[in-house]
Design a protein around this ligand. Sequence first.
Ligand code: C5P
Length: 236
Amino acid sequence: MDKIETNNPKIIVALDFADESPALELIERLDPKRCRLKVGKEMFTRYGPNFVEKLTKKGYDIFLDLKFHDIPNTVAGGCRSAAELGVWMVNVHALGGRKMMEAAREALDKSAVRPLLIGVTILTSMGQEDIEQVGLSGSPADNVRRLALLAEDAGLDGVVCSPKEVAMLRQTISHEFKLITPGIRPAWAEKGDQTRITTPADAVALGSDYLVIGRPVTAAADPLEALCRIEKELAG
Ligand code: C5P
């Protein structure tokens, strides 16, 4: 198996498990030099900071995907706790507003090791009708663009977005602003419930910085081999 050693892996494996043991088994089969890990609400609510610590002790960078959305003081406190936990990336909803995002950034700026602070613009599960129902005007893309600019202006490091939004955002925001994209499927992987998908190589070619990939790796018979296949696609 060809191994592409990297200290800055682009692939973030989504640990979407109901139980801790398959997640811990999986991470023993992966390699922190080759991928980072995303821990979301399900596993964090069940297994908490101890679970995250188990992963960081194994050398993995953690994207704590809790999508904070609350008053500025509370979100700042959540971000501070995430920084103390030693996570690599944390996220907040841009719809929480400029003051909330600035409070989050200021809290992280004071931390010894500063996690990347990422915004969620419009959830990709929301279409035109959904955003109208919550009182937003314009198209989902208009709102994504506006909220990404607001997030950049508030000092965030990037946003999570659909691969289909990357090209548009790359024309709008600065080159350093990170774009993190789920909805990634290599040509050889099952689509599952994802519909608007992009291959890893296409997502990177469009300008994505980090790829959130779950089942193509976690459900593979050999997860490390699946990761290597994706790395080779990215390299070649
Ligand atoms: O298994 P799969 O590759 O589809 O997993 C994608 C991960 O990215 C999941 O954790 C999912 O919740 C997350 N995600 C997504 N689409 C979004 C935001 C997050 O698929 N718009």
